[in-house]
Structure formats: structure tokens, C-alpha cells
Design a protein around this ligand. Structure first.
Ligand code: C2O
Ligand code: CU
Length: 591
């Protein structure tokens, strides 16, 4: 096997992703982190040094299944202990299949602090990949959103009580490959001369190199400044050629829409799985998802806007811009006209239409037809002792100090977390999903509990999960949630509005061509059904990929195939912290 080795130093850096200076978490001095490119079957080895002075860290490889290496999944309190400040840890795992992936921090809100990068896996034999003959080159876009308030303030607000509870709000900037333009109105960015004039007129004299003036210059006309960290990304394309454009989203909050002026997009991949190709003007992408689209450079030689705007929430954030530039266009040509406008944020029908079109490509594996376990998960927003939380079947997730994987490995579940009961398999059907929790009939007013308990899933079980959305605390409001599963792909069997009724709705599920994915959206007041095979022993998170929602407890834990755990080679340093350090080392099996 080919081994791909990387050495990463993770540290705080001063960076201006959107023309405004901020503290971010960078890797090897840069943001975003380095792109990892590998072939399917390669062994990826990343030696991570934690140079953050005041916090631990872990890195999760989003979309990689970690077959046989659940300890390398990079989830704090779940698969490993956080890597302490000043210490290092080596992740080693196989890139199990080709696809468009990314990696990110999975401790606290470190993803929102900028700890992420792209992870691209090519087919073992690239020419044999589906669609390989249909494109000449590749382009890649990692999307994210950025807040000027740092993540410590954000999480303190989310953890606050009563009047101290504070929502993070909408991000200030959308980033494309780590770049966005804050406070640079389009009028300035479109007209270079106006921009230069503005720069001169700015409150500073020419030649004044003070920090204040540099900042003004950057924020007035950032996109044009030479070497600016926030200038729009330019994608060069040769006329007549077709490109595979990889798009992944690691936003903290935003659902996004991607459009390229004057160009159609053919969707061919979703979350590392090839899909039946379909042509669209734009795509919707939720946090945790990835797509590949084929893009043909078949327009007049020129430059074109790529515009990425917010959907699903009333946007208070300007669309991010990048440029698609034909190599035979004039050297300094700037896109003509306005960037394409993002579809109305509240047009959910349009989002559903796009999502429902995604079907498995012909040769994709079909799901097993017998199901061993069915879990129905009611998603609610609740008040809990003065805190606003998200809960699944009225349980809001809090993570234990001892990683679950270590607790099981050393047999100390009883002291490490609440292992006396399992998470509930379903919810009370008298609950009215159209009403806020306080508007429920007395019998359905189940109190919220905060817990670190798990679902124990037997090795090899076929599991169906029904995600059932409900009304939030505010009347008439229900949000979209992108749910992401670690350690597996799942088949998306269907979506619907209202309450899922087994028997009635199960008959209409798509078992013929359900797409395989690792992230799926749950639409407002609706349901989503997925199926997966529990064939990968490990402790896996299944959660809403919206960072503040996960922070507020919107997730569950699958302890899967724990009876097989001893057969795995788990490095001790991954799972010794908390109770495991002292309570169990004498019992540790020979490794
Ligand atoms: Cu990309 Cu558990 O997350
Ligand atoms: Cu959510």
C-alpha cells in the first residue's frame, strides 16, 4: 500500500479570511489546512502536534469510514481523548473509497474556529472511475461560514442561562476556499477604478503604513489588494473543456446555494457516492455534504461569477464570490453583469425538489430488505433549566470525560457514563409535531433530560432510522437539520412532510435506487428515513452537522458491535484519559 504521511502543527494564527483580522486555528501556519489528496486504498498517516496553548484538540476525517480503526475517527469523548496542549498524536487510517471529503476539528466548536481542510480521494485506477472519461480536469471548492465573534464567546453564549443565553446569529461572511469579502460592497468590487479611487480617498494619506491605515485599505477594497487573504478565488478553465468541480460544505450554520453565471451543472457525486447524473442551474448544499458536478466551459471566452449564498434562514450574510476565468479571455477581464442571485431563502419546495432528485447510480449497492432495528428520533428544541437545548426523543446529548471507546475497551462503562439504560428507541405518538413543546397535551409533555447514554447496536444489524422533525420553541418555526453519521454510509430511503407513519409511509420508500450518503437533510416539519448496516465495530456519533446545534445536544451515540472491540488494535494513547488513566490500566489486555 501507498502511505501518505503528513506532519501538522496546529496553532492559533492571525488571519484575515474576509479582510478582517481574526484569531483562527490554523495548520502549519495557514488557513484553511492543507489539502490531502490520496488514492482509494492508501494509508493516510497524519502526525498532529497540538500547539494551541490552552485547549486540547482532535481531527475528524469526515466521510472516511475508519473500517477497523474506530479510534482514528477523531471525535473527542467518543473515539479518543483530546490531544493535550503540547502533545502529539498520530492518526492512521485507510482511505476506504474515492470521493470528495474534508476534515475538521471535533472538540468544542473548533470547526467554527477554522480548523478544517479538504480531503480528496481518487479512484485506485482513476480512469476506471465512473464519469472519468467525461472530464479533462478538476477544480475544488471548500465552503464555510465565518463569524467575527470568536468561538469561546459563541459557546459561552450558547451555554448561558436565562437572559445570558445567546444565539450565535448569522455568520458575517461566507468563505470559498477560506476566502470571503466582508464590507466590500459589490459596487466596489466590480469597478476596479472606483476601487482605486476609494483607496486613495480613504482617511489615510498615501504612504501611511500604519496598521490602522493598512486595515482601512484592506477592508475598503480587500478583493483587489495584492496578496490579500480575501481576494476572490479564481478558477482557470480552458475553453471547450469539461471539469469535475468538487464542492464540500463545512459551514458552522449556513445552508448554501452555489451558482455559476451562464453555466449549467451536472451532479454526479454526493458524499463520495456516484449518483444518476442530472442537470441543474444551481445546487443546494448543507453542512456536512459534498458534491461533484461536471462543468463545461462552453461559453464565450470571458470571466464569470461564482456566487454562493445562504438558504433556509433569512440571510444577513452577503453571498461569497469567486471567479471562473477562461484562459483565452483578456488578462484582466472582470465578470460582466451582476452575480447570479441566490434563490429565495424560504423556498423550501425548491430545496426539496433538488434533494429529491438525487438517486443512486445504477451499479450502487442496494440496501438489505430485512430490518433488525428501527429507531424513530423526534427532533425538538426545548427549555432545560433555563437553557435552550436540542433533544432527540427528549434526551439532549452531553459527552462524558472518558471516551466511550476507551470505556468499552477497558470495561468501565459503569463508572464512565450512564450505561444503566439505553437511549429511547422512539417517542410518544401523542406528541404534536406542529406545536411547540409547551403547546403539547399533558401526556406528551415529557421532560427533557441531559444524558450521555448510548444506543447499543448489535454487530451486523440492519438499522432503520426515522428522523422526525417537529416545531421549535417558537410557534410556526421548524428548522432544517443536516444529519451526519460517522463510520458508515447510509441509504436515504425517503422524505416526507408531517408525521411518519410506518405501514403507510414505509410502502412508498425508495428501496430500488436510494442514494448512499453520509449526511442527509431533515426538512422543517417533515421526516427522513435512512438505513445502514452496523458492520463497523466502533463508537459512532450521529448528529446534526450545525455546530451550535450539536453544541446544544443535537446528537446521539451508536455503540456498535462492542462485542467485537477486543479484536481491534486500539492504541492505548487514544483512549487513556479521564477514568481510564488510573482505574483500568492493570486490566489492559496485551496489545
Ligand atoms: Cu463532520 Cu461529526 O462531523
Ligand atoms: Cu440542527
Amino acid at each position: 500500500v501507498t502511505r501518505r504521511s503528513f506532519t501538522w502543527d496546529v496553532e492559533y494564527i492571525m488571519w484575515a479570511p474576509d479582510c478582517q483580522q481574526s484569531v483562527m486555528i490554523g495548520i502549519n501556519g495557514k488557513f484553511p489546512g492543507p489539502t490531502i489528496t490520496a488514492n482509494a486504498g492508501d494509508l493516510i498517516r497524519v502526525e498532529v502536534t497540538n500547539s494551541l496553548h490552552t485547549e486540547g484538540l482532535v481531527i475528524h476525517w469526515h466521510g472516511i469510514k475508519q473500517i477497523g480503526t474506530p479510534w482514528a475517527d477523531g471525535t473527542a469523548s467518543i473515539s479518543q481523548c483530546p490531544i493535550n496542549s503540547g502533545e502529539n498524536f498520530t492518526y492512521e487510517f485507510v482511505a476506504d473509497k474515492p470521493g470528495t471529503f474534508f476534515y475538521h476539528g471535533h472538540f468544542g466548536m473548533q470547526r467554527a474556529a477554522g480548523l478544517y481542510g479538504s480531503l480528496i480521494v481518487n479512484g485506485m485506477d482513476r480512469q476506471k472511475e465512473p464519469f472519468a472519461g467525461e472530464y479533462n480536469g478538476e477544480l475544488s471548492m471548500l465552503l464555510s461560514d465565518w463569524y467575527h465573534e470568536n468561538v469561546y464567546a459563541q459557546s459561552a453564549g450558547l451555554d448561558g442561562k436565562d437572559k445570558h443565553w445567546q444565539w450565535v446569529g448569522e455568520p458575517q461572511t461566507i468563505l470559498i476556499n477560506g476566502r470571503g469579502q466582508f464590507g466590500c460592497s459589490l459596487g466596489i468590487t466590480r469597478d476596479r477604478r472606483a476601487c482605486d479611487r476609494r483607496k486613495k480617498d480613504a482617511l489615510c494619506q498615501e504612504g501611511d503604513k500604519s496598521e490602522r491605515c493598512e486595515l482601512i485599505r484592506r477592508s475598503e477594497c480587500g478583493p483587489f489588494c495584492e496578496g490579500s487573504q480575501c481576494s476572490p478565488v479564481v478558477f482557470d478553465v480552458e475553453p471547450g473543456k469539461t471539469y469535475r468541480l468538487r464542492i464540500a460544505s463545512t459551514t458552522s450554520l449556513s445552508a448554501l446555494n452555489v451558482q455559476i453565471q451562464g453555466h449549467k451543472l451536472t451532479v454526479v457525486e454526493a458524499d463520495g457516492n456516484f449518483v444518476e447524473p442530472f442537470v441543474v442551474d444551481d445546487i443546494d448544499i448543507y453542512s456536512g455534504e459534498s458534491y461533484s458536478v461536471l462543468l463545461k466551459a462552453d461559453q464565450r471566452p470571458s470571466s464569470y461569477w461564482i456566487s454562493v449564498g445562504v438558504r433556509g434562514r433569512r440571510p444577513k450574510t452577503q453571498p461569497a464570490l469567486a471567479i471562473l476565468k477562461y484562459t483565452n479571455s483578456k488578462p484582466d477581464s472582470w465578470p460582466a453583469g451582476m452575480p447570479p442571485e441566490t434563490p429565495a431563502w424560504d423556498n423550501v419546495t425548491r430545496s426539496k425538489e433538488f434533494t429529491y432528485r438525487i438517486k443512486a447510480r445504477e451499479k450502487t449497492a442496494r440496501p438489505p430488505t430485512t430490518v433488525d432495528r428501527r429507531l424513530t428520533m423526534l427532533n425538538t428544541q426545548n427549555m432545560f433549566k433555563g437553557h435552550i437545548k436540542w433533544a432527540i426523543n427528549h434526551v439532549t446529548l452531553s459527552l462524558p470525560a472518558t471516551p466511550y471507546l476507551g470505556a468499552y475497551f477497558y470495561g468501565i462503562e459503569a463508572i464512565a457514563f450512564d450505561s444503566s439504560t439505553e437511549s429511547p428507541d422512539t417517542y410518544d405518538r401523542t406528541y404534536d409535531i406542529q406545536k411547540p413543546p409547551d403547546g403539547q397535551a399533558p401526556a406528551a409533555k415529557v421532560p427533557t433530560t441531559v444524558s450521555d447514554r448510548v444506543f447499543k447496536i448489535a454487530h451486523g444489524a440492519v438499522v432503520d432510522v426515522v428522523l422526525q422533525n417537529a416545531n421549535a420553541l417558537e410557534a410556526g418555526v421548524s428548522e432544517s437539520h443536516p444529519w451526519h453519521l460517522h463510520g458508515h454510509d447510509f441509504w436515504v430511503l425517503g422524505y416526507g412532510d408531517g408525521v411518519y407513519e410506518h405501514g403507510r409511509d414505509s410502502k412508498a420508500l425508495n428501496t430500488e435506487s436510494p442514494p448512499l450518503r453520509n449526511t442527509v437533510v431533515l426538512f422543517p416539519h417533515g421526516w427522513t428515513v435512512l438505513r445502514y448496516v452496523a458492520d463497523n465495530p466502533g463508537v459512532w456519533a450521529f448528529h446534526c452537522h450545525i455546530e451550535p446545534h450539536l453544541h446544544l445536544g443535537m446528537g446521539v451515540i451508536f455503540a456498535e458491535g462492542m462485542e467485537k472491540l477486543r479484536e481491534l488494535n486500539v492504541p492505548r494513547e487514544a483512549i487513556t484519559c479521564g477514568e481510564a488513566k488510573t482505574a483500568t490500566l492493570p486490566l489492559a489486555p496485551a496489545m
